[in-house]
Design a protein around this ligand. Sequence first.
Ligand code: SF4
Ligand code: SF4
Length: 306
Amino acid sequence: MIDLYELYGVELYGAIPLSECVIAKPYLLERAGITSDGSALLILLPYFTHGGEGGNVSMYAAAEDYHAFCRELFSDLCARLSGICPDPKFAGYADHSPIHEVAAAAKAGLGVYGENGLLITREYSSFVFIAGIYTDYPAAIWPKIVSNVELRSTFEAKSCVKCGACRDACPTRAILGGGRIDAGKCLSAITQKKRLTDEDEAAVSAAEYVWGCDICQLACPYTAAARAAGTLETPLSYFKDKLIKTLDGKTLDELEADGGFDRRAFSWRGEAPIRRNINLRGMRAGDGEDHGDEHERDDTDGECEV
Ligand code: SF4
Ligand code: SF4
């Protein structure tokens, strides 16, 4: 029996048949040789840390890249699972994933589906990454091989209390309701874009963040409740160490010089978008910085892949 808490310190996880999931990227399953009658074990990785608050980088990107954390987790866990069950195939995904992760995690009972499009848990609010191990075995396999997995008899996603605080707090009115976000207006997406429209530039100039945006998450009463209960802080040291909560030109120079830039979640678009965002905010404050070079490592508008 594999004990995920003992091995990795994770406490929130649940299994779900793939037939209950929206398969958004079937080619990922095909590539892994996993059929749609298989299942997934979804594992939540809390990342909020009080040490990462108050800067201009979204909390998810303040520590080193969570994709690297997930890669290590998947490599170790898949090897252990294959050691117990040599026949089934196992593959791990996070972020760039075969399924709609938020809906599936809500259906698996790990939290509720927020109006802001995020999974919200009682303990960590929405400050969780969703990692998944996929297999061609049915969901009934998981309680037999991983401790404390209880398979639900019905899979139904619950919604948040729909208080509207996130919609009111969103500076760009990007929250459409029903868990839908207008990505064209959301600062989390805009700050990652390589090319900005005039409207985007105005939004970034006025934004609190140079990468990402946590405003709707911080406005949510589930976050306030988790904070008051003292559970919000992640127990995972990876997300508490090596924090960079504020980015400026000097920090970027230092990261480039010591090779640390590539180990950050905000590196996947190269330096140029961050330097541009810093500059735009600086122009608002009247202390603009250099634009930096136009070095770009990625020409796509796709997603990060683990
Ligand atoms: S702020 Fe209110 S409406 Fe928005 S996600 Fe949180 S509970 Fe739901
Ligand atoms: S991340 Fe920011 S811009 Fe996007 S929906 Fe939330 S508050 Fe609005």
